[in-house]
Design a protein around this ligand. Structure first.
Ligand SMILES: Cc1cc2nc3c(=O)[nH]c(=O)nc-3n(C[C@H](O)[C@H](O)[C@H](O)COP(=O)(O)O)c2cc1C
Length: 280
């Protein structure tokens, strides 16, 4: 995988796109996207598989549902993983990397974890039954305007706003917010996490700075994941890890991910440890 583009530019430019132009994506771009996807890796030790579907090749009766959420997309990508302890984080990390790449190619895309016909897409993409199939991405050129349902969805989840620093980042313990001015060289990677997408824009990421490490926690929205066949907010945690990882690498801040250094600390309700990034 070759991340030869500015993480900040891609993170700031990316938006969920649910309305697409008729314009086809050029064959060489589609080829580059497939190669990029197959080259991806993640720090969670799970293998993610990608499937590509050309919507225009399908006959009408085979057309797949996104409950009216996605309009006009010619291409879809499915991502699967075998069930494993960090399978969903791995999907989050690799799919978000692919989304940043699509963004940098000038294409629009949108995470779909809920609003798609899972069975229909699994059939059309020849996905095996023993694979977890949590997400699908449409991609293509964004239409000039959003459709009505898209407006309504963005408004409902307040898609254009993000939680403040004081709600997401902490130092030493969960009672002490980390002021932005005290983050030092970690200000940039943390800000890149803060601007990321998440399911229904719930932003479950909490990051605790302690003992020369950043510890990532999932603040679960009670009841939310019950509407999905898996804990969708673990995907959001993988997205946060990706933004953080590319940001530290871009700034040459040395460190690595490690799942074995869970700190001793009192946790708020519904909060679960995921992974740490340890400075070297
Ligand atoms: C894991 C995940 C699943 C999502 N599933 C859906 C979905 O099923 N349907 C949809 O319209 N948007 C979905 N979204 C998009 C979010 O609603 C969107 O990222 C969020 O509201 C922030 O808006 P933005 O992406 O434009 O910044 C999903 C996002 C993530 C990260």
């Amino acid at each position: 995988m070759n991340m030869d583009f500015s993480i900040e530019e891609a993170v700031r430019k990316r938006r969920s796109v649910r309305n697409y132009k008729e314009q086809e994506v050029e064959a060489d771009k589609r080829q580059a996207i497939e190669s990029f996807a197959y080259s991806l890796e993640n720090p969670f030790g799970e293998k993610v598989n990608f499937y590509f579907l050309d919507y225009k090749d399908m006959k009408n009766e085979q057309k797949l549902g996104t409950y009216g959420v996605i309009k006009g997309a010619g291409q879809y990508i499915g991502a699967t993983v075998k069930s494993g302890p960090m399978a969903l984080e791995a999907i989050g990390y690799e799919v978000e990397t692919l989304i940043l790449y699509l963004t940098r190619l000038g294409l629009g895309t949108c995470w779909l974890g809920g609003t798609f016909d899972r069975k229909g897409f699994a059939n059309a993409m020849d996905i095996e039954e023993d694979e977890m199939f949590p997400v699908v991405l449409p991609y293509g050129y964004a239409a000039d305007k959003k459709h009505m349902k898209e407006f309504a969805m963005r408004k409902m989840v307040k898609a254009d706003s993000r939680k403040g620093w004081e709600q997401l980042f902490l130092k030493n313990d969960f009672r002490s917010p980390l002021p932005r001015t005290e983050a030092g060289d970690l200000e940039f990677p943390l800000e890149m996490v803060r601007l990321g997408p998440s399911a229904s824009n719930k932003q479950p990421w909490r990051i605790l700075l302690k003992d020369n490490a950043c510890h990532f926690y999932e603040n679960k929205e009670p009841g939310y994941s019950k509407i999905f066949p898996y804990d969708i907010q673990r995907i959001d945690m993988g997205i946060a890890a990706a933004h953080f990882d590319f940001a530290v690498k871009e700034k040459n801040i040395k460190g690595h991910f490690d799942t074995s250094c869970r700190p001793e600390t009192e946790l708020p309700e519904h909060t679960e440890y995921i992974i740490s990034w340890v400075r070297e």
